[in-house]
Design a protein around this ligand. Structure first.
Ligand code: SF4
Length: 311
């Protein structure tokens, strides 16, 4: 007959074993769920391989056989986004009443802009993309080569990856609004100069004022540092919530960084889930103090010398 001490020991042993098994099960489930959702980020973008259209094989008709019928037309899918665990995103409600007209006016002004020397080398002024029907704005740094040629932001490999990232949180890319700090391409994709940022930033400020989004996601070091007026590295800004003129702002890595270093995939996935959480319920995530600014307040006045643009 085992003693009461033996029984207590055995009971503790069994409880520990059950806890270990449960923890292993949960961790396995978490990893599987994460891989399923975030794993789509890099699919098919690494080589940028073009899609090959499927060509129907011609078949020889047997004598006397029924003539082959035309295949029935298949209606194109209404939405391209893959089904996800997220509910439909909220609709934009805080925009200016005549926001389309106002944005068009700012865009027309930028299209003629010659305020900085980038106007001499640009092919296009890259102002915006997206219908802004969801109150979420992504802000990048500046147009690259593809963007300069096509006149649209985020259309190269990094742009394709951004599309996947947005779709991973259950939103169609065309439903959000995407723009950059600079509207013209810096030669050889160099970092923006402080004086270029100083001249161009007012366009972005007006875009954000007109759209009044619920969340701004700053993509990469330069976008985050310029908007938050800080020199803090992106690794210390990402995954946190700041206030930019009273609107919530979440910095994360630029998709181009993710293409160079796929290990950042999980980090970006966490950041965009945070973006989605704020989008669904803004009160659920309180903002951090803006670096260099009053807690929860507006950023301090802009000083061009404060910008750490790595030059
Ligand atoms: S980068 Fe901005 S400020 Fe410079 S020319 Fe283009 S639109 Fe004007």
């Amino acid at each position: 007959m085992p003693s009461s001490d033996d029984r207590a020991l055995l009971s503790r042993f069994l409880q520990d074993a059950i806890r270990r098994e449960l923890r292993a099960g949960v961790s396995h489930w978490e990893n599987a769920a994460w891989n399923k959702a975030a794993g789509t980020f890099l699919e098919g973008t690494a080589a940028g391989a073009p899609r090959v259209a499927r060509v129907a094989r011609a078949t020889r008709a047997e004598p006397g056989a029924e003539p082959e019928r035309e295949p029935e037309a298949v209606a194109p899918a209404a939405r391209k986004t893959k089904p996800t665990a997220f509910n439909p995103p909220p609709k934009a409600a805080g925009r200016a009443r005549d926001w389309k007209k106002q944005l068009a006016a700012v865009g027309a002004e930028a299209a003629e802009c010659r305020k900085c020397p980038l106007c001499e080398t640009r092919n296009s002024v890259v102002f915006e993309t997206g219908t802004a029907s969801v109150p979420l704005v992504f802000v990048g740094e500046a147009p690259g080569r593809d963007e300069d040629l096509q006149g649209l932001p985020f259309v190269g490999r990094a742009g394709q990856l951004l599309t996947k990232i947005i779709e991973a949180i259950g939103i169609d890319r065309e439903d959000v609004y995407i723009c950059n700090i600079l509207k013209c391409r810096p030669p050889n994709n160099r970092d923006p100069l402080p004086e270029e940022v100083e001249q161009c930033l007012p366009y972005l400020e007006r875009q954000l004022e007109i759209l009044n989004p619920r969340v701004i996601c700053a993509l990469g070091r330069i976008a985050a540092q310029v908007l938050l007026q800080t020199k803090t590295p992106i690794g210390k800004l990402r995954g946190r919530v700041f206030l930019y003129n009273g609107r919530k702002l979440v910095p994360t890595y630029h998709p181009a960084a993710l293409l160079r270093n796929p290990d950042l995939k999980r980090t970006v996935w966490e950041d965009v889930q945070l973006v989605r959480r704020i989008l669904d319920d803004p009160e659920s995530v309180p903002p951090d103090a803006p670096p260099g600014g009053a807690p929860g307040g507006a950023p301090p006045p802009r000083r061009v010398d404060d910008l750490n643009l790595g030059i």
